[in-house]
Design a protein around this ligand. Structure first.
Ligand SMILES: C[S@@+](CC[C@H](N)C(=O)[O-])C[C@H]1O[C@@H](n2cnc3c(N)ncnc32)[C@H](O)[C@@H]1O
Length: 605
């Protein structure tokens, strides 16, 4: 059906399943949410009288294909698992089990629960006991955006959801069917839902307004909420009777119209979209040799090379302004030159500055050196550029460099071992006047909540993957507090002896109750003077897409009450052959230390 959103119909009772299925087509809908059992068919399991009647319609009513692709099973609305009455609780629990078994039998891909009580430990426990038995069925918990029975309630429905999924230990098959309400919560609450596993949005017909032509429309705020979830691939479900015409078609057509007119992605968002919430293991350009395709992706960045060129230009102007140096031939060494874009940028910067320069293009990757040697011939670099195949830590040139240009940065700044490489290379930088571009870089981190990213890491089913950091274009997530700087590396490094181990402690204030699932890591690099490249959200280099943030996960999500502080500690640890990070959360509760001694992941020197 092309670029459309999947829309379903929530039926409260079903006299005839075939009629419902036929109406779906007429109303341009994709699926129906059908009661698994007639809503009034309350069952009393204590009553031992054996009855011959079936508790629900036959599975033969629809084909198995229809059950498995066009139907979500709704659990009975009368289930009251947290009733003060033991008999109601027991009947509800038995009925729940019976209905879930039935959903499994007819291959319903998902079941929808009724809205739970605000405090619902028994509902959560019963759900969990059923969840563990049926691995393929999605359990969607119906949660309203605000409590409609009690709009003034101080408790946020998110708290109920958070209680349920915490009891269920963040089970991968548990998700939310979020119900739009006429009254809406603040924007922050909507964004909080954006970080949750929302699989379905229930849109009641009662929240539609009527436009001048008599058609149903949604308020701007409701539209804005739908736009948040359109970008998260949810299904929509219409509930309630038609209030504008006799059928539902006007509603589906209107929702499709909103979907078609959702905000379009910018060029950089469109580039990033395939990577949304996709975990990538960080590159190790020192230990591994990058492939041609990887260089090609870097080289498409519209910002990085422009900023480097400007940094080299400003640096050359400053060197030329030093007494007696205007006519000097400056030596630029591009260390880690890859396929040459920083060599090209340096030569162009020299031309702009009117500077006389000679360049060295050095890389330890023998394949990149092939490209560099070819470029020397094809780009007119003979006499201007010397290509060197060497590890920069082992290079001993006859001349010293005025400028050492490098880009060895990872998403967390130092995590691709730029400090260790540049400490080795600074021996051939002119003492006193030699400049490193970048001059420094600072790592930063912020606490985040993302049910999706937690599930992605959890799906590996081992501790090792929770003790690994990932490069991720984070999408369905929320940053819970402003990022804080961890540490800085300056180049050249004049410390003796040089110690690249680091440790930082953070206290992040949390304004609203949330669920901590890990941290996002960023860097801001000062190339030269005021010229930076940054993925820190507050100083981000607009349009630059070479780096996505670093995900630093934690094993067990932590509930954060409003007003608390997240205290986190992070270490950069260094040994002869490897560098690694360790991290721990110590407040509001103390968690385990992650990646002790680099047991799960480290970066090879
Ligand atoms: C992130 S890439 C950057 C490539 C290129 N300068 C660019 O900006 O497109 C880093 C490059 O540094 C090289 N490299 C990393 N560590 C090195 C080392 N110790 N000595 C020499 N080259 C190194 C890698 O082979 C890789 O080509």
């Amino acid at each position: 059906m092309g670029d459309v959103v999947r829309i379903g119909r929530l039926q409260t009772c079903v006299p005839d399943a075939h009629t419902v299925m036929d109406a779906l087509r007429g109303n341009e809908m994709h699926f129906a949410v059908l009661p698994l059992v007639h809503p009034r068919a309350r069952r009393e399991f204590a009553n031992k009288t054996v009855r011959d009647e079936p508790f629900t319609r036959s599975d033969l009513t629809l084909s198995s294909h229809a059950w498995s692709t066009n139907v979500v099973g709704a659990l009975s609305p009368w289930l009251n698992l947290d009733s003060p009455c033991a008999r109601v609780r027991t009947d509800s629990e038995k009925a729940l089990k019976q209905e879930v078994m039935w959903a499994q039998h007819i291959s319903c891909p998902a079941v929808l629960t009724p809205i739970p009580a605000k405090k619902c430990p028994n509902f959560a426990r019963a759900l969990y006991s059923n969840l563990t038995g049926y691995t393929n069925t999605q359990f969607m918990v119906r949660i309203p955006l605000v409590w409609t029975d009690d709009p003034e309630a101080s408790s946020d429905p998110w708290e109920t959801w958070n209680d349920v999924r915490s009891v269920c230990e963040h089970h991968a098959c548990l998700s939310v069917a979020l119900e739009l309400t006429s009254d809406l919560p603040d924007q922050d609450t909507v964004e909080q839902w954006g970080a949750e596993q929302v699989k379905m949005i229930i849109v009641p017909t009662s929240i539609f307004l009527t436009n001048a032509s008599g058609f149903p429309v949604l308020s701007k705020r409701h539209q804005a909420i739908l736009n948040v979830f359109f970008a998260r691939n949810v299904d929509l479900v219409l509930s309630g009777r038609p209030r504008h015409q006799s059928d539902m078609l006007v509603y589906t057509q209107y929702l499709q119209h909103l979907y078609q007119n959702r905000p379009q992605l910018s060029d950089s968002e469109a580039f990033e979209q395939p990577y949304w919430d996709y975990l990538q293991i960080p590159l190790q350009p020192l230990a591994d040799n990058l492939e041609s395709q990887t260089y090609e992706v870097f080289e498409r960045d519209p910002v990085k090379y422009v900023n480097y060129q400007e940094a080299v230009r400003l640096c050359l102007l400053d060197l030329m302004a030093q007494p007696g140096r205007k006519e000097e031939r400056f030596v630029i060494m591009v260390v880690g030159a890859g396929r040459g874009p920083l060599v090209r940028a340096s030569l162009q910067a020299a031309e702009q500055a009117g500077a006389n320069v000679f360049c060295y293009a050095l890389d330890k990757n023998p394949n990149a050196v092939v490209t560099l040697r070819n470029m020397r011939l094809t780009e007119g670099w003979v006499g201007k550029v010397e290509v060197v195949h060497s590890d920069m830590r082992a290079f001993h040139p006859d001349v010293l460099a005025d400028i050492l240009v490098s880009e060895l940065l990872g998403s967390f700044g130092d995590n691709e071992l730029s400090p260790e490489c540049l400490d080795g290379a600074q021996s051939f930088l002119k003492p006193g006047t030699g400049v490193s571009i970048p001059q420094s870089y600072t790592s930063a981190m912020a606490p985040i909540s993302s049910a999706k990213l937690h599930q992605e890491v959890k799906s590996y089913n081992d501790v090792k993957h929770f003790e690994t950091t990932y490069v991720v274009k984070m999408h369905a997530h929320r940053v819970l507090s402003r990022p804080q700087d961890c540490w800085t590396f300056d180049h050249p490094n004049h410390e003796t002896p040089i110690d690249n181990a680091r440790y930082s402690v953070h206290r992040f204030p949390i304004t609203r109750s949330s669920c901590l699932t890990g941290f996002a890591g960023y860097f801001d690099a000062k190339l030269y003077g005021d010229v930076h490249i940054s993925i820190h959200p507050e100083t981000f280099s607009t349009g630059m897409f070479s780096w996505f943030p670093l995900l630093i996960p934690i094993r067990t999500p932590i509930y954060l009450p409003a007003g608390c502080e997240v205290e986190a500690h992070i270490w950069r640890r260094v040994e002869d052959k490897k560098v690694w990070y360790e991290w721990v959360v110590t407040s509001p509760s103390v968690g385990p230390l992650n990646n002790l001694n680099g047991r799960s992941f480290s970066i090879g020197l």
